[in-house]
Design a binder for this molecule. Structure first.
Ligand code: ZN
Ligand code: MN
Length: 142
C-alpha cells in the first residue's frame, strides 16, 4: 500500500469506497457516480473516476477490465473469479474459490515469476439466454 500524500483516504474517497462495497453488481464508474451523487451532490464524474483509480492503486478495490468491454469496479479486493455475459455485460462472482495451484504449475513450466492471475468465464446470463438471438449465435450457445 502506497504512502504517497495523494493516496490517503479522503472523506470523498471513503464515500465512494462505501458505495462500491455495498454494490454487488460490479458497477461502471457512471453507475457509482449516480449512487455517490446522492450523498455528495456536487461531486463530478471526473472526480469519481480519479478516486476509483486511486482506490484501485491502494488495493481497496479491483478494476475489472476485459478487452473492449466497459470497465467495471469491484468492492471486493480479494482475488476471485467472474463470469461475464457477452450480451449485456453483466458480471457475477463465480461460486468457487481461486485455484492457487495453477500459479505453481505455470511458473514451473515457463520459468516466469508469477505474481497472480485473473480468470473470467464468458457466457449468457439467465435474462439474455431467454432473448431471441440470431441463428448464428443460437447455434454457438445451444
Ligand atoms: Zn446478459
Ligand atoms: Mn466480484
Amino acid at each position: 500500500m502506497s504512502t504517497e500524500p495523494g493516496l490517503r483516504m479522503t472523506p470523498q474517497r471513503k464515500v465512494i469506497l462505501q458505495a462500491l462495497r455495498k454494490l454487488r453488481t460490479h458497477p461502471s464508474a457512471d453507475e457509482i457516480y449516480a449512487v455517490v451523487r446522492k450523498r455528495l451532490p456536487r461531486i463530478s464524474l471526473g472526480t469519481v473516476y480519479r478516486n476509483l483509480e486511486i482506490l484501485s492503486e491502494l488495493g481497496e478495490i479491483q478494476k475489472i477490465e476485459s478487452g473492449g468491454a466497459l470497465r467495471r469496479f469491484d468492492g471486493n479486493p480479494e482475488n476471485h473469479y467472474h463470469i461475464r455475459c457477452t450480451c449485456c455485460g453483466k458480471v457475477v462472482d463465480a461460486p468457487f474459490a481461486v485455484m492457487p495451484h495453477m500459479e505453481e504449475k505455470i511458473d514451473g513450466a515457463t520459468g516466469f515469476v508469477v505474481f497472480g492471475h485473473h480468470l473470467e468465464f464468458l457466457g449468457l446470463c439467465p435474462e439474455c439466454r431467454e432473448k431471441p438471438i440470431s441463428p448464428g449465435l443460437r447455434r454457438l450457445t445451444r
